[in-house]
Design a binder for this molecule. Structure first.
Ligand SMILES: NC(=O)C1=CN([C@@H]2O[C@H](COP(=O)(O)OP(=O)(O)OC[C@H]3O[C@@H](n4cnc5c(N)ncnc54)[C@H](O)[C@@H]3O)[C@@H](O)[C@H]2O)[C@@H](O)CC1
Ligand SMILES: Nc1ncnc2c1ncn2[C@@H]1O[C@H](COP(=O)(O)OP(=O)(O)O)[C@@H](O)[C@H]1O
Ligand SMILES: [K+]
Length: 454
């Protein structure tokens, strides 16, 4: 697990004040980290074009040019005259060793974007936009210094300074960042970083269910009741996924339980041995509120997904002690509207995913939320996690039902709602990562069939 930050300037400031490091020392480490990265990937003599802006992001780029010259064939393009004190100082140092400047995006092996970093505000003017377009069209290996400029530069790798920034994990930004690597700024990352409520999940954080205890029976591993309605397929996917992920028993529950696999049980009412409930997937609108209440009149841990996230009965669900909500963006704006927290478009949500997740959690601190997307957000109270390891292989109907089953399974096996959710989410993305077929071909059944290989 790694920490995430809204901003790192306060962390830089701690370095100046607590560790006696200057801005110059920090920047020298930033540039050195980038130089090491390039040296590890490209042999001496490779051509490196560094495109610099006028602030400290540009200054990082100028310092990098100095560190690579003359072993590498370095060229520098100043889009604007150096303006910040550090940019002016770095330019003076570079001029002293003499380095060729260029004024167009020339062909090169490595292209470094040091136009703007965290100080970017507003929009680029048309000239800068067209330079970035040209850079994007280059065949070179593309490196973003700190962050891809304005999230318009398509980087192969982003070398980010000091610590990870939350903003890099907005869904829309996933297209631009490439592989992300943190560069230390003169002190180890553990020392540079301070507390943060936001964390990035690593695949290694996955804690799978186990069968280490010997004196057990099926009841030891819980019973998930999956309440189904009109579209039985969604409930079946959820149930199969739950059974495969270790729940001792799984039942499809409701009025429509014909044609279900033999391994799944069925009943009209909640089984007596129920230890967790999954509700919402494929529910349709055939249940009355009264019917639904009969499934909710208990305090079992519950995962609510899909159709139920549009229903007024959600208010009742949100009062429960152990509940997980798994909306995608469109469902989350419905949740926010039902809760009278915000009436916004999907677009507005996607631009401000972190803010609205925080708003929801502040109002419902007992609820565990998983907001689906290219980068999944998992949150409870004041703890927030991002799972960035999913891929577009998962963008297919039924992927979410499999996820609900994984979460439901762990709830039934008595994981806490937060543990169930982040472990299930990590398992879900691992299933997609482990799939060896073509990206476009992954089906929910493929996901389920791979659970056993985790
Ligand atoms: N201790 C530090 O201060 C460190 C700073 N570092 C680097 O410094 C960067 C931040 O530097 P700054 O705060 O100077 O900011 P940036 O260099 O990211 O951006 C500010 C510059 O961009 C220009 N700019 C802003 N909006 C623009 C727009 N819409 N169109 C065109 N130009 C625009 C401004 O005129 C200014 O010159 C980080 O991203 C990182 O790369 C690193 O060297 C690490 C240490
Ligand atoms: N481009 C993507 N990158 C990463 N994960 C994705 C992407 N598209 C979809 N997913 C994941 O796939 C799942 C889709 O769930 P959902 O939209 O509820 O599908 P369904 O309701 O059809 O089962 C979610 O876990 C989501 O995070
Ligand atoms: K940049």
């Amino acid at each position: 697990m790694q920490k995430l930050y809204d901003e790192v300037s306060s962390l830089d400031k701690r370095c100046y004040e607590n560790f006696g490091l200057s801005e110059d020392i920090l920047m020298e480490h930033a540039a050195d980290g980038m130089a090491d990265f390039i040296k590890s990937k490209f042999s001496k003599g490779s051509s490196v074009l560094i495109v610099c802006g006028s602030g400290n992001n540009g200054a990082d780029g100028i310092a990098l040019a100095r560190l690579l010259h003359p072993d590498y064939n370095v060229k520098i393009l100043h889009l604007k005259k150096p303006k910040s004190d550090m940019a002016k100082l770095q330019k003076k140092r570079l001029d002293a060793i003499g380095l060729k400047e260029c004024c167009t995006i020339e062909s090169c092996d490595v292209l470094v974007d040091a136009i703007v970093g965290t100080g970017f505000r507003g929009e680029f003017n048309p000239e800068i936009s067209s330079v970035i377009d040209e850079m994007n069209n280059s065949d070179a290996y593309k490196i973003a210094c700190d962050v891809p400029s304005g999230y318009k530069f398509f980087a192969d790798a982003t070398l980010t300074m000091g610590a990870l920034k939350k903003d890099m994990y907005l869904d829309a930004h996933k297209e631009y960042v490439g592989d992300i690597k943190v560069i230390d700024l003169g002190v180890g990352r553990d020392i540079y970083e301070c507390e943060s409520n936001w964390n990035l999940l690593d695949l290694e954080d996955l804690n799978l269910p186990n069968r280490n205890k010997k004196d057990t029976h099926k009841g030891s591993y819980g019973h998930l009741a999956c309440v189904v309605g009109e579209k039985i397929g969604a409930g079946v996917l959820c149930s199969k996924s739950a059974l495969r992920f270790g729940a001792g028993l799984v039942s499809v529950v409701g009025y429509n339980t014909t044609n279900i696999p033999h391994s799944i049980m069925s009943s009209e009412l909640l089984p007596k041995t129920t230890s967790a409930i999954a509700i919402g997937m494929g529910l349709g609108d055939s249940y009355s509120d009264m019917d639904l209440k009969s499934f909710l009149n208990n305090d079992y841990p519950l995962i609510a997904d899909a159709d139920i996230l549009h229903m007024d009965i959600l208010q009742e669900i949100l009062k429960r002690e152990n509940v997980v909500l798994t909306p995608h963006a469109k469902e989350f704006i419905s949740v926010l509207r039902l809760c009278k927290l915000a009436d916004i478009s999907v677009d507005e949500l996607q631009k401000n995913r972190f803010k609205y997740v925080e708003l929801f959690c502040k109002t419902y601190p007992k609820v565990t939320l998983l907001l689906k997307g290219a980068n999944v957000i998992i949150a409870k109270d004041d703890k927030f996690f991002i799972n960035p390891h999913g891929s577009s292989k998962l963008a297919k109907g039924g992927s979410g039902d499999v996820l609900s089953g994984l979460i439901g399974s762990l709830l039934a096996q008595r994981y806490t709602p937060l543990e169930a959710t982040f472990n299930a989410s990590l398992a879900h993305v691992s299933l997609a990562l482990n799939y060896t077929g073509s990206d476009f071909s992954l089906t929910p059944d493929d996901l389920i069939s791979q659970i056993g290989k985790l």
